[in-house]
Each structure stands twice: as structure tokens, then as C-alpha cells.
Design a protein around this ligand. Structure first.
Ligand SMILES: Nc1ncnc2c1ncn2[C@@H]1O[C@H](COP(=O)(O)OP(=O)(O)OP(=O)(O)O)[C@@H](O)[C@H]1O
Length: 510
């Protein structure tokens, strides 16, 4: 099941609804950019189309997009290099005009990110940028006054019910869903101006219903308090997307804990493609939780919940029955605190990223769950040994990835064998040591180019190796990708000047 907020993300400005004035202003800003050369701040509540509008604009104008996120550990100098030198150096395949659009997401959230050198540094870079920049923010006044003064400002307002309903109607038509007009109004009413929520809600309700009625939308609230074990049963075996979401309201766990519980127990009943789908939703949820942590904006919890409940329930393809021994999240049990867990996870993700030439975020969200599944409880011992060797994992890390007990002999012997394997092997090729790269002539582990999977010509950007930029070439612009990705736009990570058409072995898997 695809994520409708992605499937129906506007690809052209004319599809951005409910903020016509802002939309026109943005277009005008871009068209006159050569004359004024100012950056623009696009601000407003979550889910009203700010980021979509920026991408749609780039698509309309044929400008490749460079997306950066304030909570990434990429410094202002990266922006400076991208925004500042692109025009001069000509190393970037921009649109015909040589323009590219730099989108700086979460621009109200530089505090606490030392890599950006503070807001003065950001302001300086923004002022001197040689490429058009859109700064996307929720809280206008969380940005420094000098930054605000340096930019043009466009406000996106909450999307009115009047504008939300036609979007939902359009989706129903395209999905071939019969609906009662009132049901759509009810959904629009409930989401207070947040179009992303409205689309998510529509998908949750429509997933099972043959015909969308008001009753589907306003079903009686349950008031039974569910324990987490009952909830897991409900989520994994019984309820549809909407039911799962509703049931989660009654569970007394915070979203981070809930995610851990679901993540650890869902493989006990889900298999194959349905498990892969479920993991994808869990990865989305994880990303939203990360965003809550970095922005302290708790309204994102809702998107995390949608993904981990409705998404997981909707991924189920085979009926489930019987009794399953669900247990507390193994990572927690084994490693104690959540902080420790996160540290271990991130340490592994960093090594994976370095080795596979992806961003840390991608490693954490996409590669790690995949590795975990393949080596679950070390069931495939050889593979687990190879993985441990490839990424130089210690016992704690092997047990983290596989979900096995750290002190077990099995994990110890796996790590020993991995060490032996390493000394035996002269790993000469610098491509992925774990994923098969034999059909590739990739000569640097830092290269990953997914462009050919998504579009035409490769976009390139300058990088200095201290972080990968995320590039989305115009025309792809996130549309059709499987997830909304605040940190890390979907298209490609690349180390420039080297980016070519090679496919790393990793790409064969995704
Ligand atoms: N104005 C809109 N017109 C059409 N679709 C929209 C609009 N706003 C949001 N959507 C839908 O919601 C999704 C998320 O929108 P988007 O990410 O652009 O919101 P945003 O305002 O940038 O929110 P955030 O600040 O949380 O990133 C889009 O992919 C699209 O499906």
C-alpha cells in the first residue's frame, strides 16, 4: 500500500491548494529572482504544503532541487558551497538556466546544531547565496530577526475545509472509491487545516471500507483502556487501518516506546512483503519521531502514530490467527536504556553509511531494518558473520542488529568468526563488502547513485565528504517516491564530481 500523501503530492504549483496568494507570490519570487537575489522564508503550520510548493515550483521551472535539513549534521558551509558556488563553477547540471533551488527545511531549528555555526553564520550564507533559496519553517518567530530581515517572507495559512474537501474528492476518484460527500467534510473538519493529516485520515478510513460513509469517519469511540499486549494483538491480527489507529489512542505508552514494541513484535506474525511494507511504515514513524525530538513540535507525533498503527495494520496481507508470545522490545531489554539503544543504533548506522555511501538517515531507516530481518536471531549464521565482518560490528552491535542476547555464545562466536574472516580476506575492492557489487564497476564506496532508478540525467553537487547532500532533480521532485522525507529527500545521495551511472550493489536491493 502506498502512502497517499506521497502519491498525491502536488507536482506542479497549480495543484497546491488553498493558498493561492502565497503560491502566486512564491512563483513571482522565483521568476524575478535574477533581479532581487533574495532568499525567501515560507512559513506556516505542518502539512499545509510548504515543502510541496517549493518542490512543485522547482519542477515547474525545471530547476534541480538541493534539499538540506537544519537538523542534519551538515554545516552552513555546505549550503554556502551549494548556494554560493554552483553558479560560478558550472559543475552542476542545473536546468537550462543553470539555476537550482536550495530548500532548507526546518529553518526555524538551527539552535542546537553547532554544525551550522549559529544563526549569524546562516544569515550570512543566506545573504550571499548565489542560488535561489527557500527556507521552510513552522515558526516564523523562532528565526532570528536578522535572518527574517534578510529574506522575503511568504506565509502559508492553514488550509480551509473548503479547499481540503476537493483534494480528498479528487483522491477518491483516482482511487475509485465511492464516498459520501459528508464523510469527506467530516474528515476535513477534523484535521484543522492540516492537509497532510486529512489525506492520512482518508487513507486510514478508506483502506477497508467499500464505500466511505460518515459513519466510517465518526465511529463510536472506545473507552476501554488497552494494555500493550492486547493492542499488539489488535494491531497485528485483527483491526484494519482505522481500527488500529483508534485502538492506539487507548494505549498508555509514549510513541517512542510504542514504536519499539511494534517493531520488535511485528516480525513474529508478518512475513515477506507484508513485513517489508510494515517496516517501511515503521521507518516513516521513526523519522517523524526524530523530527519531534529535533523540533520539539509534538504535532508530528500524530504522523508517527498514523504510520506505526494504520500503516502497519494496512500492510497485513494474510489473515493472522492463533496466539503469539509478544514480548517487550528486545533492544530495551538487552541494552537497558533508550539512550543507550539510540547510541548503539547510531554508531552502527554511521559505519553502515560510510561503508555503503549513503546518508546516516538512510542507513538507519532503510538498511538496518533490512539487515535485522535477514539476520534475525542470527538464523542465517554465515550471513551474520559476513555482516559483522563487513561493518566491523562488536558483540553488542551484532546483538542489536539481530535481536539476540549479547552474552550468548552464538553472538560471541559470530564475532570471532568475523574477525577471522577479516584477517583472511584482503578486501581489495572498496565497494560494499556486504552487498554484492560484483556487477558494478563502482570504484568508491562513497558513491551511490539511485538516479537511474528515478529519472533522467544525473544531478550533481559538490561535496566535501563531511556529509552527503540530498539531491532531487527537477521532475522527480519527490513525487512518486514512497515516503515523505523531512531529513532526507528520496532521490539520490551522491558524492559529486564522481557521481556517474554506476549502480552500487546496494541499489539492487532497493
Ligand atoms: N496545499 C496543498 N495542496 C495539495 N496537497 C497538499 C497541500 N498541503 C499538503 N498537501 C499534502 O500533504 C503532504 C505534505 O505536505 P507538505 O510536506 O508540503 O507540507 P508542509 O507544509 O511542508 O509540512 P511540514 O512543515 O510538516 O513539512 C503533501 O505530500 C500532500 O499530499
Amino acid at each position: 500500500m502506498s502512502d497517499w500523501t506521497e502519491t498525491y503530492r502536488p507536482t506542479t504549483l497549480s495543484e497546491v491548494r488553498g493558498n493561492n496568494k502565497a503560491r502566486d507570490k512564491l512563483e513571482e519570487w522565483a521568476e524575478t529572482w535574477d533581479d532581487h537575489q533574495d532568499a525567501v522564508i515560507v512559513h506556516g503550520s505542518p502539512g499545509v504544503g510548504k515543502t510541496s510548493a517549493a518542490h512543485a515550483l522547482a519542477n515547474d521551472l525545471g530547476w534541480p532541487v538541493m534539499e538540506l535539513n537544519a537538523s542534519d549534521s551538515r554545516g552552513a558551509d555546505v549550503i554556502e558551497r551549494i548556494a554560493g558556488e554552483a553558479a560560478k563553477s558550472g559543475t552542476l547540471t542545473g536546468g537550462e538556466s543553470g539555476r537550482r533551488l536550495v530548500i532548507l527545511d526546518e529553518a526555524d531549528n538551527f539552535h542546537g546544531n553547532a554544525d551550522y555555526g549559529g544563526s549569524r553564520e546562516v544569515t550570512r550564507v543566506v545573504k550571499s547565496a548565489n542560488q535561489p533559496m527557500v527556507l521552510v519553517a513552522n515558526e516564523f518567530y523562532d528565526m532570528s530577526q536578522s535572518l527574517r530581515n534578510a529574506c522575503e517572507t511568504i506565509e502559508f495559512r492553514d488550509v480551509s475545509k473548503r479547499s481540503i474537501v476537493p483534494v480528498l474528492r479528487d483522491i477518491c476518484r483516482r482511487e475509485d472509491i465511492e464516498y459520501e460527500e459528508e464523510a469527506l467534510e467530516e474528515i476535513a473538519e477534523g484535521t484543522s487545516g492540516d492537509l497532510r493529516s486529512a489525506v492520512n485520515d482518508l487513507q486510514a478510513v478508506a483502506e477497508e471500507a467499500e464505500r466511505l460513509t460518515v459513519d466510517d469517519v465518526v465511529t463510536g469511540d472506545r473507552d476501554t483502556t488497552e494494555g500493550i499486549f492486547d493492542f499488539l494483538d489488535t494491531l497485528i491480527k485483527e483491526e484494519d487501518a482505522e481500527g488500529a489507529l483508534k485502538a492506539s489512542y487507548d494505549v498508555d505508552e509514549n510513541p517512542d516506546e510504542m514504536l519499539n514494541w511494534i517493531e520488535d513484535n511485528v516480525p513474529k506474525d508478518y512475513q515477506g512483503a507484508e513485513l517489508a511494507d510494515a517496516y517501511e511504515f515503521l521507518a516513516n514513524a521513526d523519522r517523524w519521531l526524530g523530527r519531534v525530538r529535533s523540533t520539539q513540535n509534538y504535532s508530528f507525533w500524530r504522523y508517527a502514530s498514523d504510520n506505526m498503527t494504520a500503516g502497519v495494520a494496512a500492510s497485513r496481507r494474510e489473515p493472522k490467527g492463533g496466539w503469539t508470545r509478544y514480548g517487550p522490545p528486545s533492544y530495551w531489554r538487552k541494552l537497558g536504556s533508550s539512550k543507550g539503544t539510540r547510541k548503539t543504533r547510531d554508531a552502527i548506522a554511521e559505519r553502515l553509511a560510510e561503508r555503503e555511501g549513503t546518508s546516516v538517515g538512510t542507513a538507519r531507516r532503510e538498511i538496518m531494518p533490512f539487515l535485522s530481518e535477514m539476520t534475525h536471531h542470527c538464523k542465517n549464521r554465515d550471513l551474520t558473520v559476513q555482516m559483522a565482518a563487513a561493518y566491523d560490528l562488536d558483540e553488542k552491535e551484532v546483538s542489536f542488529v539481530t535481536g539476540s542476547g549479547k552474552s550468548t555464545n552464538k553472538v560471541q562466536s559470530i564475532v570471532e568468526d568475523a574477525e577471522e574472516l577479516l584477517t583472511e580476506q584482503t578486501v581489495e575492492h572498496s565497494g560494499s563488502a556486504f552487498f554484492d557489487t560484483s556487477d558494478s564497476d563502482t570504484d568508491s564506496a562513497a558513491e551511490t547513485d539511485t538516479d537511474s532508478a528515478t529519472g533522467d540525467e544525473a544531478s550533481q553537487a559538490a561535496s566535501d565528504g563531511q556529509g552527503q547532500e540530498t539531491l532531487v532533480s527537477a521532475g522527480e521532485n519527490g513525487a512518486g517516491s514512497s515516503e515523505e522525507d523531512p531529513d532526507d529527500a528520496p532521490a539520490e545521495t551522491g558524492t559529486p564530481d564522481e557521481t556517474d551511472d554506476d549502480q552500487s550493489g546496494l541499489n539492487d536491493f532497493f
